[in-house]
Design a protein around this ligand. Structure first.
Ligand SMILES: Nc1ncnc2c1ncn2[C@@H]1O[C@H](COP(=O)(O)OP(=O)(O)OP(=O)(O)O)[C@@H](O)[C@H]1O
Ligand SMILES: [Mg+2]
Length: 485
């Protein structure tokens, strides 16, 4: 009998590329690793015990896969590698001989990585064929024979449909968020300006080896301004801005998602300079091999990887911007494609102080600089969104006061407006908002300016939404993979 070392076929193919394949450990821990349907267990193996048969079958399948791999029949080879791995995994559950276990375990990584390479190769081919087919449908080189024409028409129609869907992703109306509206985050703002403004305004800066940034990942706790920053980019940059939410991609376009991704990048290139913003990218690009990963999401991910790699395209003028608050959940291959990964942390004291002012805007208030400073001190641990919510609440305090007021006074004598006041205020009139309205003076009632006590009242019932423990995760990720924003 052949030794175990020679019994298992060796894979000697060159490494191509590794993406998106069930990782090795899953073959060992998958709950039921039964041989798949449709794979006939040959007759002689039936005489062996079930578990012996599994190993024999696995070896036979690997042999077949290697032969097909050598012959360039990759699809078949992939199928057989995967089936073989299932058989090996099932066998290892029962194998008691440590030597046999070690021999099998030593060979498996080779099979897995070859299977991954083939899958990547096939996915890449499928992606390229899709793009090529669509490029043909664009006009120009249509085939003349009737059948092919029909197919082309069909593809053209499909492409038009996908593109029509994508048009709604183009942000044509500027969201009206300026750089200055984003408080703090100076590092992130500067990096984004470098990436989106400079290359368009001063293309001559980017000669030789100096290339603009291609992909930005903004990560950090919820409500710290990642999406808000993207809005500022859309407003300030002179580029076509595509805003895509991953959940949209996966739900609305089930089955067509990867084509949609290909079209998205194609359109972005046509409309360059452009920015593709993918919000909540984690829901699109979670770790590979996760139990709930569907075939369609796997294909979308692959397509995104291929497109972001930009092989064969001049992608200097397409910037991918993505945001997530679970950076660890991102597939590492996707993570690697982002050449800048910027941490968007909770706002610091100065940023919080600025945020209160930004959100108050030109609403009348009586707060002094030191009041704002006190508010900033009071709101340590608050996110930008917490502060936005707080201010929103505060903005209504004067309205509430007006609704509840029992006394009003009129500024400028008889021609002025009615403002709520205390009973002891000189000129105070005992009345209510409704009564004034009934007398036809609804448009003469003005709420009082916002005061510090309004803030105190609202802050007394508000708590920060991000916990300290959550922050540690981001700090760790930044140490490992990111940079401070
Ligand atoms: N740095 C900031 N400057 C001004 N406003 C901010 C800032 N950060 C957050 N905000 C306010 O908080 C709101 C929510 O922020 P945003 O939607 O950008 O959070 P996010 O980081 O994308 O959160 P999530 O991860 O949950 O999507 C914004 O609309 C804005 O009003
Ligand atoms: Mg967001």
């Amino acid at each position: 009998m052949a030794s175990f070392a020679t019994e298992f076929p060796t894979v000697t193919r060159p490494r191509v590329r590794r993406v998106l394949c069930k990782p090795l450990f899953l073959f060992f821990f998958s709950p039921i690793a039964t041989p798949r349907d449709g794979v006939a267990i040959n007759r002689s193996n039936r005489k062996l015990t079930m578990y012996g048969a599994m190993k024999e079958q696995a070896v036979a399948l690997v042999r077949q896969a290697v032969a097909e791999d050598d012959a360039g029949e990759y699809a078949a080879a992939l199928q057989h590698y995967v089936h073989a791995l299932d058989y090996f995994a099932a066998h290892l559950r029962y194998e008691r001989n440590p030597k046999v276990r070690d021999a099998i375990a030593a060979r498996l990584p080779g099979y897995v990585s070859r299977a991954e390479e083939i899958r990547a190769l096939l996915d890449g081919q499928a992606g390229r064929e899709g793009v090529a087919a669509e490029a043909c449908g664009k006009g120009g080189q249509r085939k003349k024979d009737g059948g092919a024409d029909g197919e082309d028409d069909e593809r053209g129609a499909e492409r038009a449909k996908l593109r029509a869907g994508l048009h709604s992703a183009i942000v044509s109306e500027k969201p009206n968020v300026r750089w200055d509206d984003v408080a703090g985050l100076d590092g992130a703002k500067q990096a984004l300006q470098e990436a989106v403004v400079l290359p368009v305004k001063y293309p001559q800066f980017f000669t030789g080896k100096r290339r603009p940034w291609r992909a930005f990942l903004l990560y950090g706790p919820p409500g710290t301004g990642k999406s808000y920053l993207a809005k500022a980019v859309a407003t300030e940059a002179d580029s076509t801005f595509f805003s895509i939410s991953s959940s949209d991609l996966l739900s609305k376009w089930m089955g067509e998602s990867e084509k949609l991704v290909a079209n998205l990048f194609e359109m972005a290139r046509e409309n360059a300079p452009s920015i593709i913003f993918i919000d909540e990218i984690d829901s699109l690009c979670g770790q590979r091999g996760e139990g709930n990963e569907s075939e369609s999401s796997r294909r979308v991910k692959t397509e995104l990887l291929v497109q972001m790699q930009g092989v064969g395209h001049n992608d200097d003028k397409v910037l991918v911007l993505a945001a997530t608050n679970t950076p660890y959940a991102l597939d590492q291959a996707v993570r690697r494609r982002f050449d800048k990964r910027i941490y968007i942390p909770l706002p610091d004291l100065k940023a919080r102080q600025r945020m209160f002012k930004v959100h108050l805007g030109d609403t009348p208030h009586s707060l002094t600089e030191s009041d704002f400073e006190r508010l900033a001190h009071r709101t340590d641990g608050f996110s930008g969104s917490d502060i936005a919510v707080c201010v929103k609440d505060v903005l209504f305090e004067p309205v509430r006061k007006t609704q509840d007021a029992m006394f009003f006074f009129r500024s400028d004598g008889s021609g002025g407006t009615w403002t709520p006041c205390g009973s002891r205020q000189p000129g105070a009139v005992q009345t209510t908002m409704e009564e004034l309205a009934e007398e036809g003076m609804a448009d003469k009632i003005t709420p009082p300016p916002i005061s510090r006590t309004d803030f105190e009242k609202v802050l007394a019932r508000q708590r920060p939404t991000v916990s300290k423990a959550e922050l540690d995760i981001y700090t760790r990720f930044t140490r490992e993979f990111g940079e401070e924003g």
